[in-house]
Design a protein around this ligand. Sequence first.
Ligand code: 5GP
Ligand code: ZN
Length: 118
Amino acid sequence: MHDPDCLFCKIAQGKIPSRKVHEDEDFFAFHDIRPAAPIHFLIVPKRHIPSMAQLTAEHAELMGRMVVLAPQLAQQEGCNPYPDGGFRTVVNTGTEGGQEVHHLHMHVMGGPRPWARG
Ligand code: 5GP
Ligand code: ZN
């Protein structure tokens, strides 16, 4: 369920402080410490899943709910409405995929351009 050495498990459990965006039974969302856009937060499942590479059919419902949560939280955090506003979602997987923290997470980035990175 949790990996005692995992940074995002510790954040999701409140053992390491973060700027919380949302919490429910299955998900925790918090602002990225190094934002690449005016609005940049991460959504993580509370249970430890290292990356998308470990997903099986058993995770389909959980991942579906994570995707549905993204636009709701983007609106809550002030992303401008679609189509002139919107947001970017990114899930990095593995070293060559740019993943630095090995607990599955979805980046949600938005706000007026230009952005700091990307
Ligand atoms: P990845 O490259 O694994 O897709 O993204 C990891 C993200 O986690 C990075 O954007 C990085 O800024 C963010 N991050 C790393 N350590 C912390 C932390 O301690 N707190 C918060 N809020 N974000 C972090
Ligand atoms: Zn974890």
